[in-house]
Design a protein around this ligand. Structure first.
Ligand code: NAD
Length: 445
């Protein structure tokens, strides 16, 4: 068997193609356009480090689509950032904003660097120079960054400050989201990705996604990644009555069948730099963590963690993708075969961009909403999005013969259509929304 193609952009395009099969009325050329980014910018720049060296960096910013609103998407600092990873992440942003019906397009950025080898001051210099190089290619109404892996509220404050210095005399707060609250950030943004994932899970369970279970109370949860998405999810799922039976970070994992206290894991990570070694837990490898016996597995780290070669060993009853792109098409096929529902990233982790949208609205209106108001609005949007995806899945799966006949009538290739999983259902919703807006606006000249 040939090894699975793990290029994230190829995977993202395949996911859109899979959905397009269930949208026979959309012109194939339009699907082709929607799968490709509008533009990709590469910047190369030096910084002078705290120790007096001059180091060089490459950064990217990809605008996938502005059809439904300004480009929106995080900035990642990681040694493995590649142009195709940035393209994939930008396209997932387009589909995600469409699934939750937030009026943004999709974008993403990244700088190839290893934050573990750099001082905080160096990271702030990288940020300023990267933003200065991008200059007018980002903006409050064109392309709006946010945090992603290894970037945080402090870095967002510096992005705002740099852009503001270059564009004095106007309200620039909306150029970036995920800012500290005292620099125009929104209450609730820090927890929004995980809180959104919690609301999605609760609604999906109410709707019967996991047979015989209608709530989180007493369910066991294992989480890969212990940063903004995974670490906060551990706390919120624990507070909601679930038992956290395992967590991991880049150094390894820990397991505790009786359930661990996330507050202790956070304190241990703060002290030692990792969750590994937490008292009362068994140390395991990162791979073993993914194979933990549990009800819900939450990948919340990086792409392509669940693949054709390890999906069979997953013992969870359900997967909630807080990371972007954690599953490959090979893993999806295995999960579908095994009847394990996978709540896809473009739905599961859309809470982050939803509250980023709230932050942007507050910035543009010079308002500050209460945290309760932010969370109530988030809950409404996430529950509605879950219902939209589940209803669409049922609708498509109930009309496979009609859709197959329509494809044949239009001369489109491929045999009978198969029932769709939740990822394809979410993509059907998203691709249709972006396609319709593109057609409403018109393809010009
Ligand atoms: P982060 O930098 O705060 O945390 C990343 C975590 O993953 C760290 O604990 C790190 O140690 C861990 N990690 C890295 N490699 C690992 C590995 N091989 N095995 C186990 N753990 C590993 O980043 P984040 O913001 O939490 O982002 C995590 C994922 O969530 C990414 O896919 C990101 O795109 C996605 N996401 C984040 C947000 C957000 O608002 N921050 C929103 C939507 C999606």
């Amino acid at each position: 068997m040939s090894p699975e193609d793990l290029n994230p952009f190829t995977i993202a395009q395949r996911q859109a193609d899979a959905a397009a099969r269930y949208l026979p009325a959309i012109e194939p050329g339009l699907i082709e356009y929607l799968k490709r980014p509008d533009r990709m910018i590469t910047v190369e720049f030096p910084i002078s480090t705290a120790s007096g060296e001059v180091l060089n960096f490459v950064g990217y910013r990809c605008m996938h689509s502005r059809a439904r609103g300004p480009g929106k998407g995080g900035i990642r600092y990681h040694p493995d950032v590649t142009p195709d990873e940035v393209r994939a992440l930008a396209s997932w942003m387009t589909w995600k904003c469409a699934v939750v019906d937030v009026p943004f397009g999709g974008a993403k950025g990244g700088v190839v660097c290893d934050p573990k080898q750099l001082q905080e001051e160096d990271l702030l210099h990288i940020t300023r120079r990267y933003v200065a190089e991008l200059n007018d290619n980002i903006g409050p109404f064109t392309d709006i960054p946010a945090p992603d892996v290894n970037t945080n509220a402090r870095i967002m404050a510096v992005i705002y400050d740099t852009y503001d210095a270059l564009h004095a005399g106007q309200n620039n707060l909306g150029v970036v989201t995920g800012k500290p609250v005292r620099v125009g950030g929104s209450l609730g943004r820090n927890e929004a990705t995980s809180r959104g994932g919690l609301y999605v899970t609760e609604r999906a369970l109410e709707r019967g996604v996991l047979e015989g279970t209608d709530g989180l109370e007493g369910l066991t949860v294992a989480i890969q990644g212990f940063g903004n998405a995974g670490g906060i999810a551990a706390t919120l799922f624990h507070e909601a009555g679930a038992k956290i039976v395992g967590v991991s970070d880049s150094r390894g994992g820990i397991r505790c069948a009786d359930g661990l206290d996330p507050a202790k894991a956070h304190a241990h990570k703060k002290k030692t730099g990792s969750v590994v070694g937490l008292e009362g837990c068994e140390d395991v490898s990162g791979d073993e963590l993914l194979e933990t016996e549990c009800d819900i597995l939450i990948p919340a780290a990086l792409e392509t963690q669940l693949r054709e070669d390890n999906a069979e060993r997953v013992k969870a009853r359900m997967v909630l993708e807080l990371a972007n792109g954690p599953s490959t098409p090979g893993s999806d096929a295995v999960m579908k075969e095994r009847g394990i529902p996978v709540i896809p990233d473009i739905l599961a982790n859309a809470g982050g961009v939803t509250v980023s949208y709230f932050e942007w609205v507050q910035n543009n209106k010079n308002e500050q909403w209460d945290e309760d108001e932010v969370n109530a609005r988030l809950k409404k949007i996430m529950r509605r999005a879950v219902d939209g995806v589940l209803d669409r899945q049922a609708e498509v799966n109930g009309s496979l013969d009609e859709l197959t006949a329509e494809r044949e009538e239009r001369g489109l290739d491929g045999g009978p259509l198969e029932p769709i999983d939740l990822r394809t259902a979410a993509f059907v919703v998203a691709v249709e929304r972006v396609a319709n807006v593109t057609l409403d606006r018109g393809i010009w000249p």
